[in-house]
Design a binder for this molecule. Structure first.
Ligand SMILES: N[C@@H](CCC[C@H](N)C(=O)O)C(=O)O
Length: 303
């Protein structure tokens, strides 16, 4: 027995090529199961993405909109830096926000987002946590190689390792081993970092729940803070802001740690396609998901 297919709207977007399926769900009627999220993110059997952004009207502090972020494997994460820019781009595009700033609720708290005149988006990411201090406290291992790494908390967990070459981390098909494992009871994102110049770094990232991705916004912020401490900079102590350029495989992010310790990240956010998808979990015996229609608007809608 099967019921009629249930078509729900979706959009597709990315921030520095960290890509997301956006599911507008203002009335909170689609609490996606982990399996449904994984299917949506599947690059062959689904729409494809590093994660899902479910857009829910739910008050969190001053925020009217809540970003229900899920990783590609269906797991829940506290925060997604590229995702929150794409989320904000969607809100503006859908006419749900007209102001130049919007607070967005996340599991890590409210994040203030600003639409810049040049089309980029800046997010106040809050202060970074260094739960084990500023020096490396963990190690990251890939194959035969091990590096010291810093534990940085951006609402979600990160292990930041400075390496000689980005290729040293190999193909990153599996999650790097991080020790001591107890440091990250719920797993971690791992960043590999090289210097490109003064206050200019580049990274590769293996994301918890998504594998290697082309960018990670919270990762870029964690890397900026780790690089600053390594370089002897601590804006909250120095009373002077520090800005780093952080190159990611999918583009470039600008990250500033202010004198009050808060971290701001600026970068692009694009919504480029929309359509509808049939969510077959309403059909117990049916195909878990069938596409009814996908229309693509190739011109980037950044307004
Ligand atoms: N890509 C995101 C981070 C997404 C969450 C992460 N995989 C986790 O599990 O913590 C970003 O841009 O920050």
């Amino acid at each position: 027995m099967s019921s009629a297919p249930h078509a729900v709207p979706f959009l597709k977007g990315h921030g520095t090529e960290n890509d997301f399926v956006i599911i507008p769900d203002p009335d909170d009627r689609l609490p996606l199961s982990p399996a449904a999220v994984a299917r949506l993110c599947d690059r062959r059997a689904g729409i494809g993405g590093d994660g899902v952004l479910r857009v829910v009207r739910r008050a969190v502090g001053e925020a009217e909109w809540f970003m229900d972020y899920r990783n590609a494997d269906g797991s829940v994460a506290e925060m997604c830096g590229n995702g929150v820019r794409v989320f904000a781009r969607y809100l503006r595009r859908a006419g749900l926000v007209t102001a130049d700033e919007v607070p967005v609720g996340t599991r890590a708290g409210v994040r203030r987002v600003r639409y810049e005149a040049d089309g980029s988006i800046t997010v106040d990411m809050g202060a970074a946590g260094l739960p084990d201090g500023a020096e490396p406290s963990v190690t990251v291992t890939v194959g035969e190689r091990t590096w010291p790494a810093r534990h940085v908390d951006m609402g979600n967990p990160h292990a930041v390792a400075f390496v000689d070459r980005l290729s040293d981390a190999g193909p990153l098909r599996e999650a790097p081993e991080v020790r001591p494992a107890e440091t990250y009871p719920r797993g971690t994102n791992v960043e590999f970092v090289v210097d490109r110049g003064p206050r200019h770094v580049a990274l590769r990232v293996h994301e918890r729940g998504s594998g290697e991705t082309r960018s990670c916004g919270t990762g870029a912020c964690a890397v900026m803070v780790a690089a600053a401490r390594r370089d002897g900079l601590d804006p909250a102590a120095d009373g002077r802001a520090a800005t780093y350029t952080v190159d990611v495989p999918g583009g470039r992010l600008l990250v500033t740690e202010a004198a009050d310790g808060t971290v701001a990240m600026t970068g692009p956010a694009v919504v480029l396609a929309e359509g509808t998808v049939d969510l077959g979990w309403l059909e117990p015996d049916g195909d878990p998901m069938r596409f009814s229609h996908v229309s693509e608007n190739i011109s980037h809608s950044n307004g």
